[in-house]
Each structure stands twice: as C-alpha cells, then as structure tokens.
Design a protein around this ligand. Structure first.
Ligand SMILES: *[C@@H]1O[C@H](CO)[C@@H](O)[C@H](O)[C@H]1NC(C)=O
Ligand SMILES: *[C@@H]1O[C@H](CO)[C@@H](O)[C@H](O)[C@H]1NC(C)=O
Ligand SMILES: *[C@@H]1O[C@H](CO)[C@@H](O)[C@H](O)[C@H]1NC(C)=O
Ligand SMILES: *[C@@H]1O[C@H](CO)[C@@H](O)[C@H](O)[C@H]1NC(C)=O
Ligand SMILES: *[C@@H]1O[C@H](CO)[C@@H](O)[C@H](O)[C@H]1NC(C)=O
Ligand SMILES: *[C@@H]1O[C@H](CO)[C@@H](O)[C@H](O)[C@H]1NC(C)=O
Ligand SMILES: *[C@@H]1O[C@H](CO)[C@@H](O)[C@H](O)[C@H]1NC(C)=O
Ligand SMILES: *[C@@H]1O[C@H](CO)[C@@H](O)[C@H](O)[C@H]1NC(C)=O
Ligand SMILES: *[C@@H]1O[C@H](CO)[C@@H](O)[C@H](O)[C@H]1NC(C)=O
Ligand SMILES: *[C@@H]1O[C@H](CO)[C@@H](O)[C@H](O)[C@H]1NC(C)=O
Ligand SMILES: *[C@@H]1O[C@H](CO)[C@@H](O)[C@H](O)[C@H]1NC(C)=O
Length: 680
C-alpha cells in the first residue's frame, strides 16, 4: 500500500480580500458556529438502507450527545448485528477548548448530509474546533493513524526562511514533547510561543488523540513535524492534520492562551467492548477530486483567518470589557440645578486675564476659545461665542442645561455658561493635548501617535458619536466632526468637542433639510453639502473621513492642493487594487496590526459611501470594531469619486458568493494552499 502525495496550490486572496471574506463569514463561523476545515471520506460505500448506515447514525448521536455533555474526547463503538456493520468512532476537541459540542453536532451533520460522505464506511472531518472520525476498522480506537492526512499552508512567505524553519522545528519539537507527555487516555495537547523578532511571535500547537500512548503520540507528532517541510516550508502558517494527531503554527495567537492543563477525559468504558470484527476492505482508499478541493479552499482560508481574528478579538474584547467596566465612569450624571452651571462674567474675565491673546487656544466656527484658571484652581476652556447668535437668552440657558447633561468619557464636558448682556460664553473642561489635527498632521509630532493609540482614538471617537446619536436623551447630530474638534487628553484619549452647537444655535436638529450648513467641506457628506440634508449618517460620513485621515496621517484637504485624487478616492483606489495598507502613514509601519488597520480602512470606506442608507450606523460601527460577530459588507464606491466605468466590477468579485469564487490576485500576501496526502 503506498501513498500518493497530492499537492495542489491555490492562489487565494490578498489580505484585503481575505479580510473581507473573513468578515463576511464572521457571522457564520464565529457567532453561529464552528469553522469547517476539511473532510476525507472513503470511496467504500454502504447503502442507504444498510444496517451499517443505521449504525453510523447511532454513532453520530452518541458522539454528539457526549460532546454536548462537555466531553473533550470520546470514543465509542456501535456493535452491529453482525461483524460487518460495527462502527467505531471518536471525536476530539482542540486542546484549548473545554468543550466543542456544537462543533461535533455540525461535523456529524455535515458528514451525514454531504453526498460524498453520507454512505462512506470511513470518514474524517476536521473543524478548527474539533475532529470527528469513524471507521469500520476497530484499530482506530487504539492504533496510531497518520493517513489520510492533509496539509494546509498559508502561501505568504516569511522573510528569513532558513532561520525561521530552524526556530519552527525547535519550537515544534518542544511543543510535541510536551503534548506527548500525558499518559494514555489523557489529553495530549500543548502550545508554545517563540520570539521571531522583537515584535513578531511564532505560535505552535500540537495535539494527539487521547487514546494514544505517549510513545505513539510522540511518533505521530514527529511524522507530522517532518511533513512541515513539504507542507509549509518558509510559509507564514501551516497545519499538518493526521487522524491521530496534528500540528499547527501561525504568526498570530490562534488559540486561547489560558488553556487548561491536560486533564483526564471521560472516555473509556461506556459501551461494552465490541465483538471482534473483520472488514473486507483493506487500506483506506479515499479521496477528493480537485474540484472538491477547489470547493473547500475558500472556506479554509476563511477558517484560518477567521480563527485568528476570532481569537484575537475574543481575547481583546474580554480584556476590553474588563477594562471598561473598571474604568468607564458613569456615562450620564444628572446635574441638579441650573445655578451650578452659571458662571459670572467677572469670574471668567479673571480666569482668562480678560480674554487675553496669551490665553487664546484657538478659534472655532462659533467663537474664540481661551484657556482659563478658575479660583478653585480648575483649568477650563472658555468659549466666547460670536455675537448675533439667533438663540434667545432663555432658550440658550435651557439648551446649555440639556447639553451639559451629556457627559461621557469621550466627550468634552460642558461645565457651564455665562449669559450677561451681549456675552454668551460656554465653559468646558480643559483638555491638555490640543486637538488631533495639531499632532496628526505635524510631521514632527505624528510619530507620537503609534497604531495602538490611533486605534484607541478611532474607537473612542466612534463611541462618543454613538453616545450622541443613540444613547443620550437628546440624540444629537454633531454635524462638524473633524480633527480639530477631537481633543486629546493627557493619555491621548479622544474627546469630541463642539457637539450640541447646532442645538445651542437653534438650528433645526431633527432630521431634514436646513439652509444653514454647519459643517466643514471635506468632512461633510455630499447630501449635506449639496442639499443641506443631514442625518446621523452625515456624521457617519465625517467619521469615515476622520478614520482615513487617522490611518494615513494626511488631511483630506491636503489632496486638494495637488492634482491627485482626494484622500477618499485615493483610499478607494488602493482598496480596489488590493493594496489598502499603502494608505497607511509610513510612521506606523513599525507598530501596526494589519488586521486592525485593514478593518479600520474597510469601515472608513463603508462610512463614506455615497448613499447614506449604505453607511453603517455608529452602533454597527462599534460592533464592527469590537468583534467579528458582525458582517462587514463590501463597500460601494464612495461619494465624489469619478466613475470610470470599468472599475466597478471589482467590488462584486470581492463578495463571497460561494465556494468557487474566483478572485484575481493583485497583491497576494495571504494566500493559502492545501494538499491532501492520500492513500492508494
Ligand atoms: C453549525 O451550527 C450552527 C449553530 O447551530 C448553525 O447555525 C450552522 O448552520 C451549523 N453549520 C452547519 C454547516 O451545519
Ligand atoms: C473498497 O474500495 C476499494 C477501492 O476503491 C475496492 O477495491 C474494494 O473492493 C472496496 N471494498 C468494498 C468492501 O467495497
Ligand atoms: C455517551 O455515549 C454513550 C453511548 O456510546 C451513551 O450511552 C451515553 O449516554 C452518552 N453520554 C451522554 C452524556 O450523552
Ligand atoms: C475507547 O477505546 C479504548 C481503546 O481501544 C477501548 O478500550 C474502549 O473500550 C473504547 N471505548 C468505547 C466506549 O468504545
Ligand atoms: C460481511 O461482508 C462480507 C464481504 O462483504 C460478506 O461476504 C459476508 O457475508 C458478510 N457477513 C455478514 C454476516 O453479513
Ligand atoms: C463528490 O465527489 C465527486 C467525485 O469524487 C465530485 O465530482 C463531486 O463534486 C463531489 N460532490 C460533493 C458534494 O463534494
Ligand atoms: C514565496 O516563495 C516562493 C519560492 O520560495 C515563490 O515561488 C513564491 O512566489 C513566494 N510567494 C510569495 C507570496 O511571495
Ligand atoms: C526535532 O526533532 C526531530 C526528530 O526528533 C529531529 O530530527 C530534529 O533535529 C529536531 N529539530 C530541532 C531543531 O530540534
Ligand atoms: C523577545 O525578543 C526581544 C528582543 O528580540 C526581547 O526583548 C524579549 O525579551 C523576547 N521575549 C521573550 C519572551 O523571549
Ligand atoms: C474474519 O474474516 C476472515 C476471512 O476474511 C474469517 O476467516 C474470520 O472468521 C473472520 N473473523 C471474524 C471474527 O469475523
Ligand atoms: C485496520 O487498520 C490497521 C491499522 O492501520 C490495519 O493494519 C488493518 O489492516 C486495518 N484492518 C482492516 C480490516 O482494514
């Protein structure tokens, strides 16, 4: 019996597209269920009405029910009425998971419904989270099997292949040794992490089925590790999957690191030993046509990427949740009386040295802003509104009272007002680090904002706007979101300024038409700039522009001075060419996380779509930033971009429309290949 090594390599999708697919798939795979990887089913079939088929069904329900009852590994036997229809089967959860019931349920469902598998006498199916295997050969319960097997590799190359492979083998050997330590019938699983460079890590995983002896486990893993060279030499990620064991490595953490120590598993003795059996088939003959492989490659790519993303996100989200609950102050604090909001003109004059030029912080659309020092020692920003506001005194007071109630971590807090004679003054908390534009667009200073900070700023702005739109009682549309209205506190957290101005200035705040345009060109959505139509979706547009600016470190207006496309068209062009990361500010190169940058560019492009209905709401954006449980649609061409006729076909192709999606590769950074080691 020999083995045929079939190697089929597919160019799959560049990072951008992968990410897209991944995001489109996120719902299916993360929120709704486990991630399918691959299956192999024997060509030896039984018949639909056979006893064997009935036994397979019994086996499946036994596996599923035990998996659902939180077993991590389980083997079982369904003794048929004669030796020819006895079925042996097992499942195993990936070692870092304490249960994988849904995965086993899905896996058995898939095996029963797949036309090429449902009548197979032997089959194995891999998911990211679990493996299910059955056979008519009793040996699978006790013997080590390394066939049939599958290679999966990321076709992205690592830069220093020789030293990388050395490190990989060293780390993988250690991982395998650790995994094989546990005695028979206990979990055999280990992960290890190694330093590739100061900022890049290698993550390795090895696992055997519990029923192997330490010795068998070690030799299974050794064989798997040997296959890493033909499988995945010099690649950024790879797996060798055998029935009895597997190894996997990636450059990102794809498992939860708080994995439990190996623990005994409830696997043995639930069913009486089966009668000795014979099988008329010798040698597993199984296979998938290349057509089938094509059909599964995309899901594999998606699976791998998804898994990364999923794990990263779960971890991050967990971390963030903890962080938030510890840190988020109560978002809304009631302010009891209007009088506590009222400031004397004389106090403010003293605080600002009579509005001296030295104290001037800047000048906004509604008036000049001064720094002030109150007698209590509190620093404040004092905004002296330009005269001729249409608001009468009483309404102004009422509005201040309302707006002052909007208190949120990511909003600049309105402390009070002064209304004396002609003077209308607003008093805000003082935010020390000036505004975002001051740092972001200054070549000397923009290095202060590394990717982690920028990512936090994007998240903070989104949260602040969401609060204005949805959580606050007032449902405020900001209408003038731009970097100079995003202030930065001492920890570089963003704080949105100048919200509620339209309210204070008695501009109609309900959705509709206005003749009074409050915004700033470049940041204004086309429908607002051209027709005065505004809605929460106009803020979403401005947010999208902000995101693109934060990533690129370039002002939207900086493009107007040159003949080049504007920032939005430029981002769209790069996106379509499959090179969106080129948008990134070069100073970020050292620190960025490609997935996060990609996701933010994607979100940015969704926000600047021409049709307001296509733009996501801030709540959706928060979900997109927070987790992969939300599907990111493919962005349409943004507003203001000259339509060139031929380029509109691209986004459609990006859409994941089935297993045979044929994506042309422009800049293939993250391709995937799959090979099946087949028996013959
Ligand atoms: C897997 O399970 C989930 C959750 O029940 C379900 O939504 C999904 O459709 C299943 N997938 C398959 C392929 O059966
Ligand atoms: C199993 O498959 C092999 C090759 O496909 C075939 O030679 C053999 O006869 C089959 N056995 C049974 C019992 O179907
Ligand atoms: C596990 O499977 C066995 C049959 O193999 C069955 O008797 C038992 O009830 C199952 N356990 C659970 C918890 O479902
Ligand atoms: C699981 O496999 C072991 C090893 O072959 C065997 O002794 C045991 O009976 C099996 N358990 C079941 C329920 O078949
Ligand atoms: C088992 O299968 C073999 C070959 O397929 C057949 O010759 C034999 O009669 C079968 N035995 C029973 C008890 O069905
Ligand atoms: C089943 O296998 C055949 C050939 O082996 C292949 O042409 C067909 O596409 C497969 N069907 C499915 C649903 O995988
Ligand atoms: C990776 O390296 C191989 C040769 O080692 C080359 O053929 C292939 O094009 C490279 N792939 C990428 C994505 O650079
Ligand atoms: C890993 O283990 C294999 C087999 O035990 C051995 O041949 C190889 O030299 C080891 N590699 C490293 C880097 O330790
Ligand atoms: C990883 O490497 C960097 C420098 O290359 C070093 O500072 C750091 O301590 C290393 N971390 C571990 C866990 O080895
Ligand atoms: C197994 O099959 C052989 C012939 O194929 C037969 O002689 C033997 O009795 C069978 N054993 C059992 C336990 O069925
Ligand atoms: C069952 O598997 C073992 C181990 O691979 C193999 O030696 C044996 O021939 C198989 N038996 C049958 C009946 O296929």
């Amino acid at each position: 019996m020999g083995w045929n090594w079939m190697r089929i390599t597919f160019n799959l999708v560049p990072v951008s597209l992968s990410l897209l697919l991944l995001l489109n798939f996120a719902t299916t795979a993360k929120a709704q269920g486990p991630t399918y990887v691959y299956n192999i089913c024997s060509d030896n079939k039984t018949t639909a009405n056979s006893l064997f088929k009935k036994d397979i069904n019994t086996l499946f329900s036994s596996l599923s029910s035990n998996a659902t009852a939180n077993a991590e590994f389980f083997n079982t036997t369904v003794p048929g009425t004669n030796s020819n229809d006895t079925v042996y089967g097992l499942f195993m959860c990936r070692g870092d998971l304490s249960s994988c019931g849904q995965c086993v349920v899905n896996a058995t469902q898939k095996l029963s419904s797949d036309a090429n598998c449902s009548l197979s006498k032997r089959a194995i199916i891999w998911y990211d989270e679990c493996m299910v295997w059955y056979s008519n050969n009793r040996s699978i319960l006790s013997t080590m099997f390394t066939r049939p097997g599958v290679y999966l590799s990321n076709t992205g190359n690592v830069s220093n292949q020789e030293s990388f492979m050395k490190l990989l083998f060293k780390t993988m050997n250690e991982t395998a040794k650790e995994a094989a330590k546990s005695p028979v019938l206990e979990k055999k699983y280990a992960t290890k992490q190694a330093n590739i460079s100061g900022f890049q890590n290698l993550y390795c995983m090895a696992q055997c089925t519990d029923n192997l002896t330490p010795r068998d486990c070690a030799s299974c893993l050794t064989e798997a590790i040997t296959e890493l060279t033909p499988c995945c030499g010099g690649k950024q990620g790879g797996r060798v999957l055998f029935p009895s064991c597997f190894v996997r490595y990636e450059l990102y953490p794809f498992y939860s690191s708080n994995a439990l120590a190996p623990s005994p598993s409830p696997s043995a003795g639930l069913v009486p030993p089966p009668p000795a059996t014979n099988s008329s088939n010798s040698g597993g003959s199984s296979g998938l046509s290349s057509g089938t492989i094509v059909a599964i490659v995309v899901p594999i790519a998606v699976a791998v990427l998804l898994f990364v993303a999923g794990v990263c996100f779960l971890i991050r989200r967990r971390a963030r949740k903890k962080h938030d609950s510890a840190q988020d102050p109560q978002t809304v604090t009631e302010i009891s009386s209007i009088d506590s909001l009222r400031f004397d003109l004389s106090t403010l004059e003293a605080a600002t040295k009579k509005f001296s030029q030295d104290n001037k912080l800047g000048e906004g659309g509604f008036g000049e802003v001064y720094k002030g020092l109150l007698p209590s020692g509190q620093e404040v920003a004092v905004k002296r509104l330009s005269k001729g506001s249409v608001q009468g005194g009483e309404e102004f007071k009422n509005e201040v009272e309302l707006v002052a109630k909007l208190q949120h971590r990511y909003l600049v807090r309105l402390l009070g007002f002064c209304l004396q004679g002609e003077e209308k003054i607003l008093v805000y908390e003082y935010v020390p680090n000036k505004s975002l534009d001051y740092i972001l667009f200054d070549p000397e200073k923009q290095g202060l904002l590394d990717w982690t900070r920028r990512y936090k700023i994007i998240g903070g702005i989104a949260r602040g706007i969401q609060y204005l739109h949805e959580d606050s009682r007032l449902k405020i549309i900001h209408r003038d979101l731009k970097p100079s209205n995003i202030l930065l506190d001492e920890d570089m957290n963003p704080k949105i300024a100048d919200f509620g101005m339209a309210r204070l200035f008695a501009v109609d705040q309900t959705q509709g038409n206005t003749s009074r345009i409050v915004g700033t060109y470049g940041y204004m959505s086309p429908e607002y700039a051209m027709h005065g139509e505004f809605s929460v979706k106009s803020d979403v547009y401005s947010f999208g522009v902000l995101v693109l600016e934060i990533i690129s470190g370039k002002k939207i207006s900086s493009f107007y001075e040159t003949d080049a496309d504007d920032l939005v068209s430029y981002a769209w062009k790069l996106w379509k060419e499959g090179t969106p990361l080129e948008l990134m500010d070069p100073t970020l190169r050292k620190s960025y996380t490609p997935n996060e940058v990609m996701r933010c560019i994607h979100i940015g492009l969704l926000c600047v779509q021409e049709d307001p209905a296509d733009r996501p709401t801030m709540a959706t954006i928060m979900l997109m930033l927070d987790s992969y449980s939300v599907t990111l649609p493919v962005p349409n061409q943004p507003a203001f971009v000259v339509h060139s006729g031929t380029d509109s076909n691209m986004p459609k192709e990006l859409q994941f429309s089935g297993a045979t999606t044929n994506v042309s590769v422009q800049n293939s950074v993250n391709e995937m290949s799959v090979s099946e080691m087949d028996s013959r």
